[in-house]
Design a protein around this ligand. Structure first.
Ligand SMILES: [Zn+2]
Length: 72
């Protein structure tokens, strides 16, 4: 087996260009979804509640404790 100075046969990989300006709409959309989820987990306790009652609080109760938000 002889050593050659040729480069190993690695296929050329071309990195795709990410169009950041075209992602703006999706960033805003998922940012709003994330803020809504964070609101439901962190602040929705019945006193401040989008739907009336404690149903959302009960649904996200474990996530609230997991993330360290004050609860009870
Ligand atoms: Zn709790």
């Amino acid at each position: 087996m002889s050593q050659s100075s040729a480069a190993p046969l690695v296929p050329a990989v071309e990195l795709p260009a990410v169009p950041l300006l075209q992602l703006g709409t999706w960033v805003v959309f998922y940012g709003l979804l994330a803020m809504l989820a964070i609101f439901f987990v962190s602040a929705d306790q019945g006193a401040i509640s989008l739907p009336a009652g404690n149903a959302v609080h009960e649904w996200v109760h474990d996530a609230r404790h997991l993330l360290g938000y004050p609860c009870h």
